[in-house]
Structure formats: C-alpha cells, structure tokens
Write a protein that binds this ligand. Structure first.
Ligand SMILES: C[S@@+](CC[C@H](N)C(=O)[O-])C[C@H]1O[C@@H](n2cnc3c(N)ncnc32)[C@H](O)[C@@H]1O
Length: 259
C-alpha cells in the first residue's frame, strides 16, 4: 500500500474536515505556540488548504506577510481561494525539503501534520531553519499514531486496521525523534507539549471520528484487510456509539524551537 496522495478528492475531504471543532482547537494551540504578531513574516510549510495562512494574515496584518508552500497543486488551489483578496500572501508548489524562499527571510515558520509524510525529515527541518532569521521561531506539530487508544470488543481486528493505516504515512511515530532532530539541525530552545484529542461520541467534529471514513477507505483492500473486515470494523464503531460506549483518543505533539 502506498501512502496518502493529496489529490483533488482527498484535498477537498481534508478541507471539509479541517473546518470542524477539533481541527479549530488544534489551530488555536498552534497559533498560541507560534505567537505571530502584526508586521511579522510567516512561512507555512505544507500549508494544505490554507486555514493557517488565512488566519495568520489576520494576525500579521497588512504590514506583515505569509507564504504557504505545499507539494500538492490541488491543496494549493484551495489555499489560494481561501486567501483571495490579500496582496501580502504568496504560495509556492514545492517539497518541504527544498523551499523556494530566501535565507533568513521569516520571523516564524510552522509545519502542522506534514513532516510525518516527508521522507527526509532532517532536510525539511534544516530548510525551515534556513528560512528563519536568527532568533526566528519554529512550530512543528505531528501525531504519534502509536498513541491511538480506540475501544473495540475485537482488539485484534482494531490492531490489524491501525497497523494497515500506518501505511498512510512515512513516519507513524515521528514525534519520538523530533526534539533530537530539531537540535541536530541547529535549533535551540526546543520544547515539546503533548495534546490529547479524545472523543466519547462518534461525533464528526472530533478528530478520531472525523478520520473514521478515511481510515476505512484507506485500509480496505490493503494490509491484509478485505472489504468485509473494514466494514465490520466501522460498523462496530457505530454500534458502540449507539450504546454510548464509543471511545477514541490520541496524542498530538507541538514542538517549539528557535533559530
Ligand atoms: C495533513 S495535511 C496538513 C495541512 C496543513 N498543514 C494543516 O494542518 O491545515 C498534510 C499536507 O502536507 C503536504 N505535504 C505532504 N508531503 C509534503 C512534502 N514532501 N512537501 C510539501 N508538502 C507536503 C500535503 O500536500 C498536505 O497539504
């Protein structure tokens, strides 16, 4: 099975998911960590559908500027539409490992749930650091997928499904090595904070429940999971929810660092 491809269909699905409550909560936490202020220049690596870029444009104001980079033309199309009407924003289609920006041009840079998809994480982090001015701030956010705690009466099947879903990205447990990686490319003042995203209802506004259809779709036919098993897995979650027994939790990690 190959990892997720951020094509038109997936980009639109992610855009719709990212408007929901837990994704808004995540953005509030990232904005608190980044602490962008009026007049600053901010770089979003793997900007996706552009929610952060649009919100940062409001934070930095007309004297500031925001640049979004993403390797998916479809994601960038959504981001460009979201930021229409601003003349202090630019987007580039490029890999995180080769940012088309000048050295030391940014006060702050963020990369949210992107590096877990990138093969050469160290080069991507070195590129973020290169783009920052001395004293500039970086915020890197990724999920440790091994922290998923998801109730099922059939834990063996749950384990098979989640192992198959690990193939959707390159680094299922990237946060474990991110602090060391940030330091090794030269960042200082590296800190990490874990944030649990927990749901006790099968509620589309919550992180795990929002992902359920995407997980079912991804694992079907891959990693030894056939259609019947994937359907049974998803059906059980709806049945647990109907009985008030649904439970999902995972930990997402916010790293801060300074050039
Ligand atoms: C899960 S989405 C997150 C989007 C955005 N950071 C957010 O949180 O709203 C992951 C994004 O990373 C981008 N991406 C994946 N691999 C990339 C790479 N090697 N270089 C640049 N962008 C990449 C994808 O195209 C996608 O837009």
């Amino acid at each position: 099975m190959s990892q997720l491809v951020f094509d038109e269909a997936l980009s639109r699905r992610i855009e719709s998911m990212y408007a929901r409550r837990d994704f808004q909560r995540r953005r509030r936490l990232v904005h608190d960590a980044l602490a962008a202020v009026p007049g600053e220049h901010v770089l979003d690596v793997g900007c996706g559908p552009g929610f952060y870029v649009a919100e940062l444009l409001d934070r930095v104001g007309p004297q500031g500027a925001v640049v979004g980079v993403d390797s998916s033309a479809q994601m960038l199309g959504l981001a460009v539409r979201r930021c229409e009407g601003y003349d202090n924003v630019a987007f580039h289609e490029a890999p995180a490992t080769s940012l088309p920006v000048a050295d030391a041009g940014f006060d702050a840079a963020l990369s949210v749930q992107v590096l877990e998809y990138v093969g050469d994480v160290d080069t991507a982090l070195a590129e973020m650091r290169r783009a920052l001015r001395p004293g500039g701030r970086a915020v890197v956010w990724d999920v440790d997928w091994s922290t998923v705690t998801w109730h099922s009466a059939d834990p063996a099947r749950m384990g098979r499904v989640m192992r198959a879903f690990d193939a959707h990205l390159t680094h299922p447990t990237l946060p474990r090595t991110l602090a060391a990686r940030l330091r090794s490319v030269g960042f200082d003042a590296v800190t990490a904070e874990g944030h649990a995203f927990t749901a006790t209802e099968l509620d589309r506004e919550s992180y795990g429940p929002a992902l359920l259809p995407m997980i079912q779709n991804f694992v079907t036919g891959g990693g030894g999971i056939d259609d019947a098993e994937a359907t049974a897995w998803a059906t059980e979650q709806r049945e647990l929810a109907a009985r008030g027994e649904f439970f999902f939790s995972c930990v997402q990690f916010c790293f801060r660092a300074v050039r």
